[in-house]
Ligand binder design. Structure first.
Ligand SMILES: [Zn+2]
Length: 483
């Protein structure tokens, strides 16, 4: 009886502690403040974006004339901006705009966007992809979301602020790359090298990335403004099994294909380690106070419940990618004839590296798991593109970014996260570690598919919010006394 009483007592205390820990979770969300509204004629702004969407600036095809015409068009359509800022071009089509602030001691705010797009199959779209048609309050075209809509929203915000008589204290730089979709070597790399030579260390760098996502997989009902604080690394490895070739009529026990199959099975059976450290932990820090019960109890007590949270998250591809280095088999190769045993059989696995795993560590893990001398594991290309550094969320720059988001999207919650895709911003991480990835567009899970997909478009309302967001960010970054 005494033992039972003791057990009940201990259990009650434990539950009470969990409960207290849950209700005492502090909110990380800044309180939305009243904002300086910039005056925008959204109909005219929509026309300007529409006109830019008509240039087929497809970087896989690199039509120089289209890119040159586009640059010229931008200067003609945003004269307020181009008359005020200084413009430098890089490799002909990338632009660096500098709007000099009044206080030279402040490090600049650097806004990134790219002017190139991926191809689009004309027939499958409801409106032609390079029409820029405005239908029922939506601007249609390849690049509306990724990423011309962001580039022009930045220009609109700057133009509106100039017309208001605003002059930033902190210098604002805008870098428009023209080859992001093919790696950014001519644009982002060239601009970041130039900035490095100038010893420019941005106070904050902001590029495309997360969105204001509604109906997402997160446990909160409010939309979530996801801010990428790191990008996963990218590494493809070739796994090659070797055995004696010969006639298929008398096969030996060991064949290259069976070796390879065993190796692939071993890889599947031993996925990379998953845990809630790094960006995933920060995501839950920022959302837990706003998470409804009973999930709130779990997230507030991750020290106890992380195995349960991980087990739930890893069931979905998106959740799984957030927690660990993923391994996707993409290419298979063996054999030349149906009755000949191949000497080699190979597979390519595309890895997306979590910040906790370097490329070398990932190769080591695969070799250990396969553990077969007949099988080699080598990087497909000579480079190891490990993940980026994790940008801080306790720096004033992140606070200003979070505040600007909350001011522009008061119903949304800000959350840092790990980006699975790559962007131009990785080329800027050597300048300073405050690199964030956020596109100020409201999207749901279905609308996300329009990026690089069919029927890409942006509503005038979304566009207006985006312009207002960039204006807020410029004003708040300029006002801050810190740094
Ligand atoms: Zn993009």
């Amino acid at each position: 009886m005494k033992r039972l009483l003791l057990f009940v007592l201990v259990l009650s205390i434990a539950l009470l502690l969990l409960f207290i820990n849950t209700v005492r979770q502090p909110s990380f969300q800044p309180t939305p403040e009243k904002i300086t509204q910039v005056v925008i004629n959204i109909e005219e702004a929509a026309q300007r974006l529409s006109s830019l969407l008509q240039f087929p600036s497809i970087s896989t095809q690199m039509d120089d004339a289209a890119f040159s015409a586009q640059t010229q068009h931008m200067q003609q359509h945003w004269p307020t901006v181009y008359d005020t800022v200084s413009l430098q071009t890089f490799n002909q089509h990338s632009q660096l705009l500098t709007w000099t602030g009044t206080d030279a001691s402040l490090e600049p705010l650097l806004l990134l966007a790219h002017l190139d797009v991926v191809p689009a199959k004309q027939q499958s779209w409801q409106q032609p992809p390079f029409s820029g048609n405005i239908v029922d309050g939506e601007i249609w075209g390849r690049g509306a979301l990724d990423d011309k809509g962001s580039a022009t929203a930045i220009l609109e915000a700057i133009a509106a602020l100039i017309e208001k008589g605003f002059r930033p204290r902190r210098t604002v730089m805008v870098a428009f790359g023209h080859d992001e979709e093919v790696g950014g070597t001519k644009g982002a790399v060239a601009i970041s090298q130039y900035l490095k030579a100038q010893m420019t260390s941005p106070w904050m760098t902001l590029d495309e990335g997360g969105f204001v996502l509604s109906n997402g997989p997160l446990p909160v009902s409010a939309p979530v403004a996801l801010v990428g604080i790191a990008e996963k690394g990218y590494l493809s490895v070739r796994i090659t099994a070797t055995a004696e070739s010969g006639h298929a009529s008398m096969p030996p026990r060991e064949t290259a294909v069976f070796h390879l199959a065993n190796a692939l099975n071993a890889i599947e059976a031993s996925p990379f380690k998953a845990s809630l450290d790094g960006p995933a932990n920060q995501l839950f820090d920022w959302l837990t106070a706003e998470t409804p019960w009973p999930e709130k109890l779990l997230f507030a007590n991750r020290w106890l419940f992380s195995p349960l949270i991980i087990a739930t998250l890893e069931k979905s591809p998106g959740g799984n990618a957030m927690l660990r280095t993923t391994q996707a088999p993409t290419l298979l190769n063996a054999g030349i004839k149906d009755n000949v045993l191949p000497e080699t059989a190979s597979a390519v696995i595309n890895l997306r590296l979590h910040p906790r795993d370097s490329g070398q560590q990932a190769l080591g893990h695969l070799r250990k798991v396969i553990d077969n001398e007949a099988v080699t594991v080598e990087p497909l290309e000579a480079f190891d593109n490990s993940s980026t550094v994790i940008s801080p969320t306790d720096h004033p720059a992140f606070k200003i970014l979070a505040q600007s988001i909350r001011n522009s999207f008061p119903d949304a919650l800000v959350a840092p996260y790990l980006m699975v895709a790559t962007s131009d911003s990785r080329h800027y991480t050597s300048l300073a570690n405050r690199v964030y990835r956020f596109l100020p567009f409201r999207l749901d899970n279905d609308e996300l598919k329009r990026l690089h997909g069919r029927d890409e478009r942006i509503s005038l309302r979304m566009y207006q919010e985006a312009i207002q967001f960039y204006a807020n960010l410029i004003i708040l970054s300029s006002d801050t006394q810190e740094y």
